[in-house]
Write a new protein. Sequence first.
Length: 510
Amino acid sequence: MHAEAPIIEIRNVSKRFAGVTAVEEVNLSIAPGELHAICGENGAGKSTLMKILSGVIPDYEGELYLKGRPVRFQGTRQAEAAGISIIHQELNLVDTLSVAANLFLGRELRGWLGQRDDRAMEAESRRLLAELGCDLDPRGLVGALRVGDQQLLEIAKALALRSEILIMDEPTSALTEAEVQRLYRVIGQLRQRGVTILYISHKMDEVFHLADRITVLRDGRVVKTLVTRQTTPQEVTRLMVGREIEAVDFGTARQPGELLLKVEHLSLPWPGHARQWRLKDISFELRRGEVLGIAGLMGAGRTELLECLFGAAPEPYQGQMLLRGQPVRFRHPREACAAGVALVTEDRKRLGLFPAMNVAENISLCILPRTGAAGVINRRREWSWAAEAVQRLAIKTAGLAAPITSLSGGNQQKCILGRWLLTRPDVLLLDDPTRGVDVGAKAELYRLIDQWVREGLGVIMTSSELPELLTVCDRILVLAEGRLTGHFTRDQATEEKIMEAATQLARRDD
C-alpha cells in the first residue's frame, strides 16, 4: 500500500506563535487509504500540524501537496472542498443550536424553493448518529449534552462531509469503552471505502490497534516514522518524551487523616425522565490526605455527583452534606469556593478556560479580591501569584502574558489546576482531569495529586480510564445509572470488579 504515490505530502512546514515554535521543518508523507497515527506529548505540534493541513491555520512556512499538486488552504471550507475534514480535540459546537443544526451548520439542506429543510436534516442526522450507535435527539440542544455525546456529534459532523481524508484529533478522549468500540467499527467501514485517516491519540492501545504507521513528534519536529507491527508501545513512548516513562511509584502508602466530607443519602431528581433520578441514595466519606475515585460508564452520574458537591447541580438535591463536621448546602459554586471546595471540570474549553484572557488572568481569576483593596486589583501581586503557580506546576508557556489558547491541552489543564490551588481548598474535585493529556504529562499530574494529598488535601476524582483510577486512588466508588454499586479499597480494586459493578444495573434490566 505504501509504495503508491502519497496522497498527502508535507514539506518543510514550520509555524510559530508569539515567538514559540509549534512545528519546525516537518516533512511527512501519507499513503492513500492508510491510517497514520501522529503521536507526541502535549505541545509537540500534533494539533498545529493537523490544523495547517485542514485549513484552520492558513499562515505557515513550507509546502503542502495533495495528490501531487501544491495546495495552500485559506480556510476549512477550501480544505473540505478538497476532501479534507477534521474532528477537533477541542469541541467546536454551537450550544444554542440543535444537534441537527450543528451537523449541517454552513451547509444546510434546502427544499425545492430554497428554504431550509429541517425535516431532511433531522432524518439525515438520525442516520449519521445511528452509524455511531448513538440515539441523540436531532432536535435537542447541544448545550444540554454531556461531553461524551458532544464528542460523538463532532465525529458525526465529519462523517457527514464524506471526506476522502479524515483527521481525528483525540476522538475517543471523552468516550466510554462501548462507544470506542462503535467508533472502531465506523473506522473500519471508512477504511473499506478507501478513506485516508490521520489519527492523533495519546492512548497506545488505540494506536497499535488501528494504525498502519506511526509518526512521532517531539518539540515540533518529526523524530521518526515507524511501521506499527515493527515497533512497540514502549519504543513509541520513549521517542515521544525522549526518555523512558517510569511506572508511577508514590513510595510509602498514604495515611488518611481527619474526616473532611461526609455525604448522606444524596439524591438528585431528573424531572421529566423515565428514570426519575440522576443520582439516588449516595453516601460516602472523604478524609484529609486521600484520593477517592469515582468510576462508572457514561451517564452513570459521575459529573452530576461532583456538580452537587460544588453547588452546580441542575436541580436542588436531597440528602445531607457535612464539610469538616458542619452541615452545608451550596446553592452556587461561589459558596463552595468560599468554603474550601474547588472543581476542575471535564469540559476544559467550555467550562474551564477564558480564551480572551492570557495565562496570568486565567490562573488568578478566583483570587482577584485577595490581590488588592477597595475593588482595585494589584496587578503586581496578581502576576506574582500566577508566576508561582506556573513554576510550581511546571507550566510550559512563552510567558504570563501569552494567550491561554497558545498553550497545549496539558498545560491549559495545569493552568486550571493552578487557579483552583490558589484558592487553598480543602477538597479538590477533579472531573476526568487528564482528558486529552499525554502519557508524560499524566504521570506528572499523578505525582502532583499525590503531593497535594500528602500536604493534607482531600481529592475526589473521576476518570473514564480505569487504570488511571487504580494508579492514583486510595478507594474507588462505582456508580451505575445514578446508584452506588461498588466500593473498593486500593487492595481490593481490579478492572474486572469495577466493570462488573459498573454494569450491574444494566444487566439487571436486560
